[in-house]
Write a protein that binds this ligand. Sequence first.
Ligand SMILES: Cc1cc2nc3c(=O)[nH]c(=O)nc-3n(C[C@H](O)[C@H](O)[C@H](O)COP(=O)(O)OP(=O)(O)OC[C@H]3O[C@@H](n4cnc5c(N)ncnc54)[C@H](O)[C@@H]3O)c2cc1C
Length: 372
Amino acid sequence: MIHDFLVIGGGISGASVAYELADDGTVLVLEAETSLGYHSTGRSAALFTPNFGGPVVRRINIASAPFFAAPPDGFCDAPLLTRRGSLTVADAGSVDKLPPLLAMSEPGAVVVEIAPKEALALAPYLRAERIAGALYEATVADIDVAGLHQGYLKAIVRRGGTIVTGEAAIEVQRRDGAWEVTTKRQTYRARILVNAAGAWADQIATLAGATSIGLVPMRRTAIIVDAPDGLDMAASPAVDFVATGAYIKPDAGKLMASPGDATPTAPQDVQPEELDIAQLAHWIETETHIPVRRIAHSWAGLRSFVADQAPVVGFDPHVPDFFWLAAQGGYGIMMAPVLARAAAALLLSRPTGDIGVDVDAISPRRPGVSAG
Ligand SMILES: Cc1cc2nc3c(=O)[nH]c(=O)nc-3n(C[C@H](O)[C@H](O)[C@H](O)COP(=O)(O)OP(=O)(O)OC[C@H]3O[C@@H](n4cnc5c(N)ncnc54)[C@H](O)[C@@H]3O)c2cc1C
């Protein structure tokens, strides 16, 4: 059988585009791991932060909001977003970083300046002497990432698509005008190949004879610690520390923290470094009144970027029927609904005008992306 579309990667990117395609053609999703969402998709901070990333990313985030707020009927059992709110705090040495953030605030996701004492009232575990300025953004929300991912995956199957797990593409060849993707078990055939392989997207391109887009996977570390005694974490906002890029967010009655690190790393099942974990625990105790008695959980994940930090979505300029859906960086969960719609429209030769993204700004042909 020749499928219309073979999607490599069953993370949020592969699942969302396969969902958008499955009503219009035969779709096969091929995932190397036995469990879907094992890599970046299962390792995120699960935040919808519309004012995060560059201008292209921000517009996509905003355009994705209606999907999260009102997903299609039957897509999921629970709301995809839960209101969280977000504080950005600056110490005396970094307070000049706040006005540009305020100025970049997107319409519909407004950021406001608040007094340090208001910031302390929202997050009483912060150290008063470390807050010289603060911003607040009400539109930030927790994303039910598993609910979103499962919603896409279940609908793919309902729409007649096929999901294969535990099989990595190891050979990708073009023969007689179609793609042949070989795993250790078998060979699959498709008219169009969609490269949604996350940190491995450049490796898939190499297998297919396409040029690299200069993708750089960056390791980011996270830990979960106990919340301070007596604090209602459910009502507490996420907190960004603008001085270092570190952040803290409530997570199921505990606190998740990340130093906001971005260490270039080869694609792999990335693990946190002991030193990064120890430094993060020390940082929490220095910057907040939270005692780190134990680290309940720690992990690392990859955020993969090209040079301009915008996603890469579109047909490869040189290799026929090879489609990129890559470089989602630190925003791939919240951008997924709109990127998937844009990708499907391009794959199905449909208009893209009302999707909410300038497809030239995310094209692999744009200047600065090596494949162009
Ligand atoms: C610590 C951290 C915090 C983050 N926080 C946020 C956040 O708050 N909000 C947000 O929107 N985003 C966030 N992100 C970013 C987000 O997680 C990613 O952008 C998104 O998950 C990327 O999804 P993906 O499907 O492209 O990649 P992945 O989830 O990595 O999926 C790619 C899949 O391709 C598969 N694959 C690779 N090679 C092959 C092959 N040869 N054959 C078959 N399958 C293959 C892999 O096994 C993998 O499952 C965060 C990321 C990290 C690491």
